[in-house]
Design a binder for this molecule. Structure first.
Ligand code: AVI
Length: 333
């Protein structure tokens, strides 16, 4: 019997689940993106922004993560939305213009738009192609809804098309995506959301709470290796973007809780010495050297409420699950 590598086996599983195989070369980075990626890789502690996880394959791998038994945030948040739907709808008010940065597959948007009887939906995401398919499905599910996709990077500021209604806006930011930004960046992003909401709008946001370390670490290092594949896929994406020659299989997935910063950290660790080249430069990595690929902050509820107030929101109302693992907050502009 011929040996099958764990990565090849994982690809087989992903294929079986209807997920995309590794993509052929396509797309190059803009000058700004290239500069950002290379500057990060050349830092003494190499780093890569987590936004480079999300090419087509990365978005699909993330969707697979949300269905893993160890990854509790998505299902806990969905249960919260269902259990407290009535109270959330009352806090939010009816006939909203829902704006979702990082909308992904729009699954949660469908539930929320139905719940608050939204008139309009604007999904904003870097992976615009992926988003367009999701918006098409949303239009079929909610025929009365004016739904559209905007391809944009929320960290660079979103300019909405001029015909998006300016009244009764609700910015929806579920999934604890806010946790992937360092606190000062998170504050800047919340301020931007406060601007998008205008003066009679609000924000409905989901975020992950601190909890048992074993639960947290399992959620980011699952037994099937899907999170490891998601982490490594960032290198394949970067290869296409900047023409580098990373060999993803030579990098180990590392995920651990950093209690001082109250965050999960994800890294890629060189399995052996690596010489990585790209047009015009490169870097040698020693065995064991790491590339920091993601932080996922876990905020206690009072700390997050304080952040919302700093960002210019006023009244807040929160809902949490019985285990106290995840929170949803509605914040009035
Ligand atoms: C998108 N974001 C909220 C996820 C998280 O939990 O921080 C990304 C993720 N990384 C590994 N697993 C999931």
């Amino acid at each position: 019997m011929s040996a099958v590598s764990p990565l090849a086996r994982l690809d087989g599983v992903l294929h079986h689940l209807g997920l995309a195989p590794p993509q052929p070369p396509a797309g190059v980075a803009s000058a700004a993106e290239r500069g950002e990626i290379l500057a990060g890789l050349l830092q003494p502690q190499a780093a890569l922004s987590p936004k480079y996880f999300y090419d087509q394959r990365g978005s699909e791998l993330f969707e697979a993560i949300t269905r893993l038994p160890e990854y509790y945030p998505t299902r806990t948040e969905r249960a919260l939305l269902r259990r407290h739907g009535h109270a959330i709808a009352q806090a939010v008010g009816p006939a909203r213009v829902v704006i979702e940065p990082g909308a992904g597959n729009c699954d949660k948007a469908r539930e929320l738009c139905a719940l608050v009887r939204a008139t309009h939906f604007v999904g904003v995401d870097i992976s615009a192609d992926y988003l367009r398919d999701a918006i098409a499905r949303l239009r079929v599910a909610l025929p009365g809804l004016h739904a559209r996709a905007v391809g944009a990077d929320i960290t660079r500021g979103v300019h909405l098309p001029p015909d998006v209604p300016g009244a009764r806006r609700l910015v929806f930011y579920p999934g604890s995506s806010i946790g992937n930004f360092d606190p000062p960046q998170a504050l800047a992003l919340l301020r931007h959301m406060r601007e998008l909401a205008l003066d009679d709008g609000g924000l409905l946001i989901g975020f992950d709470l601190p909890k048992d370390v074993a639960v947290l670490e399992a959620a980011y290092d699952d037994a099937a290796g899907v999170t490891a594949a998601f982490n490594r896929n960032a290198l394949a994406h970067v290869n296409r973007l900047v023409g580098s020659d990373f060999v993803p299989a030579q990098w180990r997935h590392r995920a651990f809780f950093n209690p001082h910063a109250s965050r999960i950290e994800m890294h890629l660790e060189a399995a052996g010495p690596q010489r990585v080249r790209w047009p015009g430069g490169g870097r040698d990595f020693a065995a064991g050297e790491r590339i920091h690929t993601e932080n996922s902050y876990k905020y206690p509820l009072p700390d997050f409420t304080a952040l919302l107030h700093d960002a210019g929101f006023t009244r807040t109302q929160a809902w949490t699950d019985d285990r106290g693992w995840f929170a949803m907050v509605h914040a009035q502009a």
